[in-house]
Structure formats: C-alpha cells, structure tokens
Design a protein around this ligand. Structure first.
Ligand code: NAP
Length: 460
C-alpha cells in the first residue's frame, strides 16, 4: 500500500523526468550555444518544487515555450571606416518574451558577441525584468563590432548603420533597447539620432540610457552598480554584516564596476582592486575612484596607467588573478564566466563572506555551488544587477509623462526596488524549501510572474 509520501515521491520523480526531457530537447536544438544552455540549466534546476506545486505550468507548456525566443533578428551591418574601406559586422536582436510588457534589454558591442551570448543574456533578462516588478518583457541585442581603437566618426557610422536595420523591429511599445558592454551614452546618442531621423518623430521612449538633455533619467548611469550594492547590503544585513569596514574587490572598471565601487565606498568599505580585460590593479591604500573615472570615463585608457598616479599600487597582467586578493566581499562586474571554480576556492580560502554579481552570469555553475556549499552569501546576477533595467523602466515612465524626476526621487525608487527584489527572492527560497538560497529564490520569483502572465494570455 502506497503512503502519501510515496505518492509525493513519484510525483516529484515524474516532474524531474519531465524537466530533464525538456532540457535535453533544448540541448539538441541549441547544441552550439554553451552560454545559453548554461543559463537555461540554472533556471530549470530551480524549478522542480514550483512545477510540483503548480502542474498548470506543465500542462500549458510554459517551459517549452519560455526557452524559445518569440523572435530572433540577425542582420548585416555594413559601414565605412576612416580610410573608406567597407567593413561588415553582424547585428542581433532577440525578442525573447513579451508576457509582461515590451521587450527590454541592452545592446552589447564586443567581438565575442554571437547567437549564444545574445540568447543567454536575453533569457536571463526575462526573469530579471520580472523581478523588478516593472511592466517589461525580456530582450537583448548587439553586435560583434569592437568599439576599441575606432574613431568617433567610425563609431557614429557603425551605430547609424546598425540602427537602420534595428529600427524596423523596435519602438516605445514594442522593444526598448539600452546599453551594455561597449554601448554607453555616446552610442545610444548616435543610435537615437538615426532612429529619430528615420521615423521623423521624437519618440524618446524607444531607447533608454539616453543623455540627460534629450530624455535620459538622472541616476541611470549609476543604477546597476548602486543597485548591486543596495542588494548586497540587504543580504549582508540579514546576517549581521555590512559594507562599513569591509574590504572589497570589484572586477572590471566599466559602467557597473565604477558605480558599484562608488556606492561601496560611500557605505564605508575599502575597495582594494579593480580590473579591465588586460589585468588588474591592487592598491592596498584603497582604489582612488577619481583616477579610475578619469582613465576610463574621460581618457579611454588602460588600467595599468593607474600606477602613474599611484606608484604604490601593483598592476598584474591577466584578469582572473584578481580573485586571489583577500577580501570580505567580492563583486564580479566585468563579464560572463569570469569567476570559475579555482577562483571561488581562492576566495573561500581567503575568508570571503559574500559575493554579489554585478555582471551577467560572471560565476560558473561550479563556482556558485562551491559558494553555497561553503555558506558564502551569494547574490545572483538576475536579482543583484536588476537596478539598471529598473531605472531604464523609470526612464520610460518619465518619457511617457514628459516629466523628469530628481536624482533623489530616482535613487530612492531604485533603493526600494532592490529591497523588494531581495525580499521576493528570499521569500520564494523559503516557500519552496531552500531557505537563504537566492539563486533559487530569484529564479522562482521571476519565473512565477512570467509563467502566470503566460498562462493568462493563452498559448501564444
Ligand atoms: P562596460 O562599461 O563596457 O565595462 C565592462 C568592463 O569589463 C570593462 O572594464 C572591460 O574591460 C571589462 N571586461 C570585459 N571583458 C572582460 C574579460 N573577458 N575579462 C575581464 N574584464 C573584462 O560594461 P558594463 O555596462 O559595465 O557591463 C559589465 C557587465 O554588467 C556585463 O556583464 C553586462 O551585461 C552587465 N550589466 C550591465 C548593465 C548596465 O546597465 N550597463 C546592467 C546589467 C548588467 P575592457 O575595457 O578592457 O574591455
């Protein structure tokens, strides 16, 4: 005779088999897309208890549908360099899921960009955007164009050519791109100018991350970095820790990294290291952020030049070594898979207390497992770096009402959103049987919002 427990175990096993079957199909269909598969697996690994409790999600084919982009646009981007040579890059836009609102997600310009990278970023974006509580769906895009070493005119011509094709697929109520690696205010400006010229209309809400003089939001530049620190602060507080008096290591020295460092310092932490793709700087006196901003935001220089101003600092070639520096809090803010198992082992043996992901998927799966197994507090990207897209949604709201909010208004809304994301994630983790596990909590809380909307909207 079967007990209730036996029945529950069989149910669980059936759901586990189902999830595995769906995942195998995803693997077969996307076998050359490792980053996309990594992102799907991480989400699927969290969903077993959700699917056991809500079989409707299985009956309505939510998993099968959520892994297929609603649309994927792939296009040629021809442009002329300063010598008059024809150059050709690839352009991408994935419109992954619009259950909660217009597609929303950044554009990345980097030579490593390909279908797998764009799809992993777009897939993550679905759940991140859901966590923000704002009415935005998930998308992502970019190009294998490398802005490094290009003149301003070349960047402008590339952005204009990119937008000629992209403009056919976006709009304030359709799809609203923003920046990401290699795309900042300058690139957004050139793309916005081209879009406006083609449409013959000033549709401010078509792009976010715009300059303040033509529809941008105060606080957008700082939002992802500040948001990451706000989220990590909530996580630390729950365990009786804080940034005040902590030693922090932050990878990268781009948009996310600079403002994560700024907020961590404002909260009383000492940031001792940061990096770029050539190597890292260790400054035992504490990184001087004015120097980093001057080098990276104004002069576009390499990080080793920091030593010219601060001769006591050490420059080390290669990026991964940054995780060998002892710290209380590590904030990977550069790029995907920059923190592997070996780096996690080093951080743990040096006594790290917390890791907060500012970049998208910066930690490999085995690094995450190691952190969780060793009770290191771990803030996953889709929750911890949702501040950027949150303020992008606030920028869209300001554009539609044509009213600009103050910096204080935007920052306090951002702070509130990050606290809510933390609470939603921690509650979902508790409710679904893995208290304190923010990876599972964020995946579950984001998934449920999207899945419920998909169920309501029928099989589309
Ligand atoms: P960014 O301004 O272009 O800065 C990227 C930084 O990472 C640069 O310092 C870059 O160095 C470094 N980097 C790039 N590839 C690297 C590699 N392979 N190894 C080590 N360092 C590397 O870009 P960002 O906007 O800060 O974005 C950083 C991360 O945050 C990305 O994962 C992005 O998807 C994520 N994110 C960004 C936002 C946002 O609002 N910007 C929002 C959410 C998530 P070099 O200059 O030498 O290339």
């Amino acid at each position: 005779m079967k007990t209730m427990e036996d029945v529950k175990d069989i149910q669980k096993q059936n759901v586990r088999d189902y999830v595995q079957q769906v995942y195998h199909r995803v693997e077969k269909r996307n076998e050359y897309e490792p980053e996309f598969l990594q992102a799907v697996k991480e989400v699927f690994d969290s969903l077993l208890p959700v699917l056991v409790k809500n079989p409707t999600y299985i009956n309505k084919g939510i998993l099968e549908r959520i892994v297929e982009p609603e649309r994927f646009v792939f296009f040629r981007v021809p442009w002329l360099d300063d010598k008059g040579n024809v150059r050709v890059n690839r352009g991408f836009r994935v419109q992954f899921n619009s259950a909660l609102g217009p597609y929303k997600g950044g554009l990345r310009f980097h030579p490593s960009v390909n279908t797998s990278i764009i799809k992993f970023l777009g897939f993550e974006q679905i759940f991140k955007n859901a966590l923000t509580g704002q009415p935005i769906g998930g998308g992502k895009g970019g190009s294998d164009f490398d802005p490094k070493g290009k003149s301003d005119d070349e960047i402008m011509r590339f952005c204009q050519s990119f937008m000629i094709e992209l403009s056919k697929h976006i709009g304030p109520d359709i799809d609203v791109p923003a920046g990401d690696i290699g795309v900042g205010a300058r690139e957004i400006g050139y793309m916005f100018g081209q879009y406006k010229r083609m449409r013959g209309a000033f549709e401010a809400g078509v792009l976010t991350g715009k300059g303040l003089d033509y529809g941008g939001s105060l606080g957008r530049t700082e939002a992802t970095g500040y948001g990451t620190v706000y989220f990590v602060e909530e996580m630390l507080k729950d365990k009786g820790y804080e940034f005040e008096g902590s030693t922090v290591v932050v990878s990268g020295s781009g948009n996310v990294s600079i403002y994560a460092m700024e907020k961590a310092m404002e909260f009383g932490a000492k940031v001792v290291a940061c990096s770029d793709s050539s190597g890292y700087i260790y400054d035992q006196n504490g990184i001087n952020l004015d120097t980093i901003k001057q080098l990276k935001e104004v002069e576009n220089k390499r990080i080793y030049e920091y030593k010219n101003e601060h001769p006591d600092a050490v420059f080390v070639e290669g990026c991964s070594g940054i995780w060998s520096i002892p710290c209380d809090i590590a904030l990977p803010c550069a790029t995907q898979n920059e923190l592997d198992r070996e780096s996690a082992e080093l951080l743990i043996s040096n006594g790290v207390k917390a890791v907060g992901e500012g970049a998208n998927m910066p930690s490999t799966q085995d690094a995450i497992d190691l952190f969780i197994d060793n009770d290191v507090l771990f803030a996953p990207a889709k929750a911890a770096n949702a501040g950027g897209v949150s303020v992008s949604a606030l920028e869209m709201a300001q554009n539609s009402t044509r009213i600009m909010w103050t910096r204080e208004d935007v920052d306090s809304k951002l702070h509130e959103i990050m606290k809510n994301i933390y609470q939603d994630s921690i509650q979902a983790a508790e409710e679904y049987g893995d208290p304190g596990n923010l990876v599972k909590g964020a995946n579950i809380a984001g998934f449920i919002k999207v899945a419920d909307a998909m169920v309501s909207q029928g099989v589309v």
